[in-house]
Write a protein that binds this ligand. Sequence first.
Ligand code: DC
Length: 224
Amino acid sequence: MTKHYNVALDGPSGAGKSTIAKLLSSRLKIMYLDTGALYRAVGLKAFRDGWKEDDSAVAELIKSVSISVKYDEETGKQLVFLDGENVSEEIRRDFVSGYGSRFSALPSVRAALLDLQRHIAKEYSSVLDGRDIGTFVLPNAEFKFFLTASVDVRAKRRYDELIARGQEADLEKVRADIEARDYRDMNRAVAPLKKADDAVVIDSSELSVEEVADKMLKIINGAE
Ligand code: DC
């Protein structure tokens, strides 16, 4: 496919969005924007500076925060910069997930990150993964998927990921955190996690990464 197009990939934490998005973007030879990383960068800033979850206060504070992405030329990996500092590793720490989720509920945070996401999507054909890409950021995306999986499967995946990174983790706590995050992400007033009416739903609980990607690729390539 030579024309410009975007793939919106939404779903709850731990459904496998980033793994699938990476695989899809490399198969399709297009960009991948991990939008959760942007919210995590804001969460990290909030943690470091002791921000309160107060929308009007954050609206002021966020004006002087710079968040940007670059792509590592060798690995193609997305790097995230917070005020010029490469925070790509730090934003993956477990405590940052909660801060990212809490501050992502504030309208001022969502507004601050909207232009960056739309700009990248307009500039490059890309896969964007997140919570509100198909519903809000790119309502006209050419392809929309909603990837989900059972809470147990998602908790186990997140736990394995943390252990593989050499971090400490407790499966029950990871499960409780995921449930709390689902609740917050689905019940916030602005741009909640919700399937777009025209998104294709894929439940990855019983599917391998390859099987999920193949289902999506069939749909995308079938549209050529
Ligand atoms: O996908 P993730 O776990 O890296 O996302 C971190 C948090 O950011 C998540 O709890 C919800 C929020 N988020 C969001 O609100 N909208 C997005 N498009 C992406 C992430």
